[in-house]
Design a binder for this molecule. Structure first.
Ligand code: 4AD
Length: 470
């Protein structure tokens, strides 16, 4: 009777137990003709299996099994049945160093091709490792990001990648949990829509049974219509499509949007308050409960822990512009900040306030989408905000116009065909409360919290202007 066991659960406390474990042949090494060492990997956990060697301290089984083990191609899926034992000294290069398995039986469940296009070890190497090895005169393979993405199913097996997608899952989970605890209802809005939701050219057009249509650039219009439908607070987690045409480190053509929308009583700062509670809770949670994952990511992609304040810093756009000008950065009056200025402002804020996470509020109306509410005291500005992590935008949010005439006028002023969004504008003719909300890109949060430097690393199978595969 061999009992199924997980590699991560193998420790000295189960020594002597007969176990059966399924995993990938991470590494195989023959010692002479009678013994083979097989490192078995499950997720991010690895354990050494000793095959052959006959009785004594060896694995038991016969030389035939050892030969079979030695011939296994890396990454093949195998079952080993054997006894957990305590090695004389900790096994180097495995996560379960305190134990090994003396193998009695070995089965190959799925044979991997012997000519793997990339190896997990090569893909798991950090740039630093490669630089160090080069300096020491060693030849190390460095697999570029494009090739890793081409063979993503192998690339995903590295400890850093296993960790990145657990962190991503936690972020999504906290988003839901915090909003549910604050009375929000999860909704799903259509992704096939008749007109562009954010304006601009970045929209995938398609033919909807003879009618022009497009893939939703955000749930914006329909999440607001849910508010018109009597839901006071809604959120959505779903795909967002942007026909981006430039290749950058932070733009995908499809990403996961975390959106919310809520009725507000007095002021759009009520929306900012939710951002504050949500993200401080999220960062606290990640630091507390994902320490192992963050460490695995840090080993391959070194990053500094994110600095954030218990109450998130809010500064006004004008103040941000002043800080940039004082630092000698040229910025257009009442213009949008480009990536470079945003990054620079992030550094200035970090130096002055000791935080990598802050909100910039009260943007000029001209640089915000048509549905944004202008400030009542000065309509050149708007009740809007962006949120930055390490000087890069992760959120944009605002109070929305709930007066249909103003909405139609603002759309027209921006060259949007009001006919294509008529049902949306009409939704506000039947009674609609003041409301606001925000949208976050999930992959951006992962990328910036973990300092990954490229959004493709935070997407399981990224879609960028050039990549539709795998
Ligand atoms: O700033 P965006 O375009 O705002 C909206 O979609 C609004 N409807 C949100 C709202 O409720 N006011 O997108 C929101 C967020 C950005 O802050 C960014 O994190 C992410 O979505 N994002 C992208 N992520 C990856 N690739 C892209 N091409 C992205 N474009 C935006």
């Amino acid at each position: 009777g061999y009992e199924w066991a997980d590699v991560a659960a193998l420790g000295p406390d189960v020594a002597g137990r007969a176990v059966r474990v399924r995993g990938a042949a991470h590494a195989v090494r023959a010692v002479g003709r009678r013994v083979a060492f097989l490192v078995l990997r499950q997720g991010s956990s690895t354990v050494q299996c000793v095959v052959g060697g006959g009785g004594g301290g060896g694995g038991g089984g016969d030389a035939g099994v050892a030969r079979f083990a030695a011939g296994l191609s890396r990454e093949s899926v195998v079952d080993v049945a054997g006894v957990v034992s305590l090695p004389r000294e900790p096994v180097r290069g495995t996560t379960q160093q305190e134990v090994e398995i003396q193998v009695k039986k070995l089965y190959c469940i799925s044979k991997a091709t012997p000519n793997l296009p990339i190896s997990v070890d090569d893909a798991a190497r950090s740039e630093e490792d490669v630089v160090k090895a080069k300096a020491a005169g060693e030849q190390l393979v460095h697999v570029g990001q494009d090739k890793r993405l081409d063979f993503r199913v192998i690339d995903l097996r590295t400890p850093a990648n296993q960790a990145i997608f657990r962190v991503q899952c936690e972020i999504e989970n906290i988003f839901r949990q915090v909003l549910l605890s604050e009375g929000f209802v999860g909704i799903h809005t259509p992704k096939l829509i008749g007109g562009s939701s954010e304006g601009g050219a970045a929209v995938f057009k398609l033919d909807y049974n003879g009618q022009p249509a497009c893939l939703a650039q955000s749930p914006q219009l329909h999440k607001q219509m849910a508010i018109c439908g009597g839901f006071e607070r809604v959120f959505e987690v779903g795909p967002v499509f942007r026909a981006e045409d430039s290749n950058t480190h932070r733009h995908l053509c499809e990403f996961v949007g975390l959106d919310m929308e809520m009725a507000i009583k007095d002021h759009y700062s009520e929306v900012c308050d939710v951002v504050d509670r949500l993200f401080v809770a999220m960062f606290d949670h990640l630091n507390k409960n994902c320490a192992k994952e963050l460490e695995a990511i840090n080993r391959q992609y070194p990053f500094k822990p994110l600095k954030y304040l218990p109450k998130t810093l809010r500064i006004e756009y004008d103040e941000g512009i002043r800080m940039l000008k004082e630092a000698g950065v040229h910025v257009e009056a009442m213009g949008d900040l480009n990536t470079e200025s945003e990054k620079k402002l992030g550094e200035l804020v970090h130096t002055k306030y000791d935080t990598d996470f802050y909100m910039l509020c009260r943007y000029p109306s001209a640089v915000r989408p048509f549905y944004t509410m202008p400030c009542s005291d000065d309509p050149r500005y708007s009740n809007s905000f962006d949120v930055f992590v390490r000087g890069e935008e992760i959120i944009s949010g605002a109070q929305r116009v709930h007066v249909p005439e103003v909405l139609a006028r603002q759309a027209e002023e921006r060259g949007i065909d009001v006919g294509s969004i008529a049902a949306y504008v009409d939704a506000f003719r039947y009674g609609a409360p003041p409301h606001g909300g925000f949208g976050v890109g999930l992959e951006r949060v992962v990328m910036l919290f973990c300092g990954l430097g490229n959004i493709r690393k935070a997407s399981l199978f990224p879609r960028d202007p050039r990549r539709l595969n795998p």
